[in-house]
Design a protein. Structure first.
Length: 438
């Protein structure tokens, strides 16, 4: 990788690796994890539509998947805080992920038959990011980086994996002029399985931080410990306020993840290029994550969060209208640097300050599960229902409009208003949390 491209992974002096020695295993884990996520996010909803599902059915399937994130967070987080080798837990979940996703390809277009596979897939998928984050943050804490200043650059390897997969895998698709639109997506499912198996292999051999390798002492029953950990996390000062802001924002933001590929289809972007559009957003994300240590040393967490929430609102507003592909590519997709990266950096900073190390897995998975889980469920149902309701009667809708918008554009319009509202609430109520004790 050239130095100019590898700013996230290489320093300016001699193109040396900037990942702290011993943390390469996390960079590799993020790479394979997000390489699979790239294919899932870029093409799954498009696959559903070409299977014959309408927008509400697509939203409902994704909503159920998001609900699994809530259930997953309440179980996997407390469990991970009690096991001595979380890497093996990540490996088992990655294996389940890689085996369940291809089943969606072979099943008939019946929501009730697809539903059990969706449940298994999301139960395995949802805890992977917070668990890998927890492993990494724990290691950073052991190295004296309790504020996760070095988190962004290593985490950026996930973004690199996303770009590589979303850009290169579609190139092996059959030509659009001579192939069936559904069959054209087969390479996505094959590549996803390979990436999942590679993640499982990497996670199974991860070396845990020293504090996690010590044998467990006598403790209360597992269920009691899990409930106690959840109560402690929710009792943390400022945690619930942060959770509510992120939750409502994600209800709005879910429309982006649910309908972006369908939006690109509406403006006639070719299948081989859809992943490239997603990659532009992630490339902007990489730039923001690479600047994480610099930003977090000079910018308050509150300011970083507010810029990110405002970026989400602007992006949703732009997608409420059928724009020329070039404008979407060059102007809209780069807003992911704010809509995801700025919010994510601020969230990790808040959690590093708010949650003590012994509760870190619980705090991370509860945040990820409730925000992306409950927020994703509500957002998917809202967007899917509104899109179907405002489509033409010939497509199963009523022909009604939302502020003059129809279909997925109406869904983006409603999400814009909700995102603006929660951004104003955050501006009035969010405060910087105190730095943790040494």
């Amino acid at each position: 990788m050239p130095c100019a491209v590898g700013a996230v992974a290489f320093g300016a002096r001699g193109c040396k690796v900037s990942v702290v020695a011993g943390l390469t295993q996390y960079a590799q884990g993020y790479f394979w994890l997000f390489a699979g996520f790239a294919l899932h996010m870029s093409y799954l909803t498009l696959f559903y539509r070409r299977k014959g599902f309408d927008d509400f059915q697509i939203g409902a399937l994704e909503a159920i998947g998001s609900l699994c994130m809530v259930v997953s967070a309440l179980y996997w987080g407390p469990l991970a805080d009690r096991v001595s080798h979380r890497g093996r837990l990540v490996a088992a979940l990655a294996l389940g992920l890689s085996l369940s996703f291809p089943l969606l390809w072979v099943l008939p277009a019946n929501p009730w038959l697809v539903l059990p596979v969706v449940v298994i897939f999301y139960l395995c998928r949802s805890p992977l990011v917070p668990l890998l984050d927890t492993l990494f943050l724990e290691d950073l804490h052991q190295r004296g980086d309790s504020q996760a200043v070095h988190y962004g650059r290593t985490r950026s390897w996930g973004s690199v994996g996303f770009i590589v997969a979303a850009t290169l895998v579609p190139l092996i698709m059959a030509p659009e002029e001579t192939s069936d639109p559904l069959q054209r997506l087969l390479p996505v499912f094959v590549a996803f399985t390979v990436f999942g198996l590679l993640l499982a292999a990497r996670a199974a051999t991860m070396r845990p931080p020293p504090s996690m390798s010590e044998p467990e002492t006598a403790t209360p029953p597992a269920a009691a410990r899990g409930r106690a950990q959840l109560r402690e996390v929710f009792a943390l000062r400022g945690y619930k306020r942060l959770l509510v802001i992120l939750l409502v924002s994600w209800v709005a933001n879910q429309c982006y993840y649910l309908f972006l590929s369908l939006y690109l289809d509406e403006i006639q972007v070719a299948d081989k290029l859809k992943g490239l559009y997603w990659s532009v957003g992630v490339l902007a994300e990489i730039s923001m994550l690479a600047a994480g240590p610099w930003l977090m040393g000079r910018c308050s967490l509150r300011a970083l969060m507010l810029w990110g929430l405002a970026g989400r609102a602007l992006r949703l507003l732009a997608l409420s209208f059928p724009l020329p592909p070039a404008i979407v590519f060059w102007a809209v997709m780069p807003l992911h640097s704010l809509g995801f990266a700025a919010v994510h950096l601020a969230t990790m900073g808040y959690l590093a300050r708010l949650v003590p190390p012994r509760l870190r897995a619980t705090g991370q998975t509860v945040n990820a599960g409730l925000v992306a889980g409950l927020g994703g469920m509500l957002g998917s149902l809202m967007a899917g229902a509104l899109s179907k309701l405002t489509t033409a009667p010939a497509a199963g809708g009523t022909g009604l409009s939302f502020l003059g918008l129809h279909g997925i554009f109406a869904a983006f319009g409603a999400a814009t208003l909700l995102q603006i509202a929660i951004t104003l609430v955050a501006w009035r109520t969010l405060r910087d949390s105190p730095r943790p004790d040494a």
